[in-house]
Design a protein around this ligand. Structure first.
Ligand SMILES: Nc1ncnc2c1ncn2[C@H]1C[C@H](O)[C@@H](COP(=O)(O)OP(=O)(O)O)O1
Ligand SMILES: [Mg+2]
Length: 194
């Protein structure tokens, strides 16, 4: 595994729910041809499949809680293997959610060269998610679950940023700006990798 993807760049995209991770990743895919892997989207696809595993996952996600570590990692790994050899880079969106997830990822897959920290204020994230909830059909885009997801984000994910800051690979991106301006900063961080 590590062999097949060793020339591909691994970028962790971390930020609170509604910070704009998915929006920015889409633009990176369009400009750089990287593969975008959203842990949330992979999990939601499993739920949509109606499998037994999907039913268990749905119950967890609806409560705004974190899905067991191995489940998410296996799904990411399978998706990466499917693209190994054809992808120059991988955007790992919404993962790691906690420091332990990052450590497991590195053990089983490889080390990231960059962590994009998509940063928006709590009130901005709530506003965006409430708006997204009008059309997203996502069971977790409701006020009560949003609050839980934000609390969990601050508690579990902020230590992830601290952890990778000490490695010197974090680029903090101001996601309060309009989408295209945010992307300007994202693109700069990726261009700086070369
Ligand atoms: N810079 C920005 N300015 C305004 N709205 C933005 C924005 N970035 C994203 N949005 C909107 C698009 C979505 O409806 C919502 C959440 O964005 P998203 O990309 O789905 O977030 P995430 O994947 O981090 O949960 O906010
Ligand atoms: Mg997303």
């Amino acid at each position: 595994m590590a062999d097949k993807i060793k020339d591909a760049k691994i970028i962790f995209v971390v930020g609170g729910p509604g910070s704009g991770k998915g929006t920015q990743c889409e633009k990176v895919v369009a400009k750089y041809g990287y593969t975008h892997l959203s842990s949330g989207d992979l999990l939601r696809a499993e739920v949509a499949s109606g499998s037994e595993r999907g039913k268990t996952l749905q119950a967890i996600m609806q409560k705004g809680e974190l899905v067991p570590l191995d489940t998410v990692l296996d799904m990411i790994k399978d998706a990466m293997i499917a693209k190994a050899g054809v992808s120059k880079g991988f955007l790992i969106d919404g993962y790691p959610r906690e420091v332990k997830q990052g450590e497991e990822f590195e053990k089983k897959i490889g080390a990231p060269c960059l962590l994009l920290y998509i940063d928006a204020k709590g009130e901005t994230m709530v506003k965006r998610l409430m708006k997204r909830g009008e059309t997203s059909g996502r069971a977790d885009d409701n006020e009560e679950t949003i609050k839980k997801r934000l609390d969990l984000y601050y508690k579990a994910t902020e230590p992830v940023i601290t952890f990778y800051t000490s490695r010197g690979i974090v680029r903090k991106i101001d996601s309060e700006l309009p989408v295209d301006e945010v992307f300007g900063h994202v693109a700069k961080a990726i261009d700086d990798l070369k």
